[in-house]
Structure formats: structure tokens, C-alpha cells
Design a protein around this ligand. Structure first.
Ligand code: GLP
Length: 263
């Protein structure tokens, strides 16, 4: 796991975007992006949008797969992840909407919607670079603590902590759905590259558990320790509970030229 510690959240977005852009450029215009909702990747999306607009990054044939979707919201609800991804990713990055996919949390047959989404990702050749945030309880996607480390896209029940964390997007806690359709940890692990971004003190405990703790379903993001190409980009607050901070900073300061991110 590559750990990069940045002075602030803005820099997390720039470095995260540079990492994603480097991978996307190597793949070419048909890159398959994995995209997350939440506040953590917003600065990176803004930076990627700038690169796409300036022509520095060609996303003209790119496709994208979102991690998850609420179940129980009406179609078109502004906080449904389908709408959030449209506002924060599809439009700013200029992606072709017909190539941007979300798990179908509105399906009549929710049991079938998970495997159908897996088929869609497989047909696209898999996700080249998965952008991730992390919940304060260590969830990635909506894989709550005790999720199977090899799980696939399926219906999950949201943890109380996640519902309370996400209440800020709704008028009241009662309006936050209890269920979701989320890519599994096994699905996320199949992405060829993973870039996780986190900032703020509320993520510090989860980040320490994920990066330096044992691999355990109690901290779902810890499964990323088994990923061959996982990068974690943090601000100082999110990195505050890590033990090996000096090593991560020294490693980044001495990266060989070919690994350096020019931002
Ligand atoms: C939601 C999403 C996750 C996201 C998490 C953290 O629960 N399902 O994909 O990582 O929120 O959100 P934020 O980045 O706003 O802290």
C-alpha cells in the first residue's frame, strides 16, 4: 500500500487526481473509472474536470461505475447516488452519460440487480482505477463492518453510524434510507488500481485501522492491504493516528523520478 500524506485536504484532491490521471492516461481515452460519492473525492473530481477541459486528460471514451446506491429513495431524488454522480462526476468531467453506471437501487428485483451490475462491470473489462473514500467506521462503498471480504454487489443494511454521518444530506435522520445496493469488497478488490482519499480528524481512527491494523471485516477497508496497487492519500488530520508517518513521508520525498506526480 502506498501512503501519501499531504499538508491539507485541497492537496489530497490534487495528488489523488494526479494519481488517477496518470493511470487513466496510460490506459487511454477508453479508461474505466470507478467513482465514489461523499465529500472526500470532490476536490479530485474538480481537478480531473480541469484536466479534461484543458485537454490534458482525454476522457472522451471513458466509462464509469459508481460504487453504491441507496434503496428506497424515489427516482430522481437529489441525494440518490445516481443524481450525485451525475452532478459531481458525469457533467463536470464531460463523460458520456450512457457510459456512466450506478447499481440499480430502484430495481423491482433487487436480488438480481447485484449480479447484473457485476456483469456490466465485467463486460466493460473491469475497473481500471477505483476512486474511494472511507466511512468513519472503515466502510468502503457501503460495505459496513463485518461485510465479507470477498463479497460481490448486493443489498446491505446501513450501520447506524453511517446513517447518522449521512444525515447531513437529508432533512432528518428518518429520511436516510436503511438499505443500499453496494459493490462488494471482492468487487472493489478486482479493480486494477485503487486510490483512496481521506481528510479530517473524523477519519483518523479508521485510516489507522485500515492501513496499519490487521486485515479484518470489522474494518472493511483493511482488505485493501491485499491489493497490489492501492494508494491512500491523506491530509495530516486523517493521518494523525498512523504509527509509521515518518516512513511514509520519507518514502514520498525520495520517490524515484518515474513515480513522481508532477503537481
Ligand atoms: C458514503 C459512501 C462512501 C463514502 C463515505 C464517506 O457512505 N457510500 O463511498 O466513502 O460516504 O463519505 P465522505 O467522503 O463524505 O466522508
Amino acid at each position: 500500500m502506498e501512503v501519501i500524506i499531504c499538508p491539507n485536504a485541497e492537496r489530497v484532491g490534487q495528488i489523488g487526481a494526479a494519481k488517477v490521471a496518470r493511470i487513466a492516461s496510460a490506459i487511454g481515452p477508453g479508461v474505466v473509472l470507478g467513482v465514489a460519492t461523499g465529500s472526500s473525492p470532490l476536490a479530485a473530481y474538480a481537478a480531473l474536470a480541469d484536466m479534461a477541459r484543458s485537454g490534458e486528460l482525454d476522457l472522451s471514451e471513458a466509462s464509469a461505475f459508481a460504487l453504491d446506491e441507496y434503496i428506497g429513495l424515489p427516482l430522481g431524488h437529489p441525494e440518490s447516488y445516481r443524481e450525485v454522480i451525475r452532478r459531481t462526476v458525469t457533467e463536470p468531467l464531460g463523460l458520456d452519460p450512457s457510459r456512466v453506471h450506478c447499481p440499480n437501487g430502484f430495481a423491482d428485483d433487487l436480488q438480481a440487480a447485484g449480479p447484473a451490475y457485476e456483469d456490466l462491470i465485467r463486460a466493460a473489462g473491469g475497473v481500471d482505477v477505483q476512486i474511494l473514500g472511507v466511512g468513519s467506521n472503515g466502510h468502503v462503498g457501503f460495505n459496513e463492518p463485518t461485510s465479507s471480504l470477498s463479497s460481490r454487489t448486493r443489498v446491505k443494511t446501513l450501520a447506524d453510524r453511517t446513517r447518522r454521518d449521512n444525515q447531513r444530506f437529508f432533512a432528518s435522520l428518518d429520511e436516510v434510507p436503511h438499505h443500499c445496493l453496494t459493490q462488494g469488497l471482492g468487487t472493489i478488490m478486482d479493480a486494477h488500481n485503487v486510490v483512496l482519499m481521506a481528510s479530517g480528524a473524523a477519519k483518523a481512527k479508521a485510516i489507522a485501522a485500515i492501513v496499519e491494523g490487521p486485515i479484518t471485516a470489522v474494518w472493511p477497508g483493511s482488505v485493501l492491504q491485499l491489493h497490489q496497487h492501492a494508494t491512500v492519500v491523506l491530509d495530516e488530520d486523517a493521518a494523525a493516528c498512523l504509527a509509521m508517518t515518518d516512513y511514509y513521508k520519507t518514502t514520498y520525498a525520495h520517490l524515484p523520478d518515474w513515480q513522481r506526480l508532477d503537481v
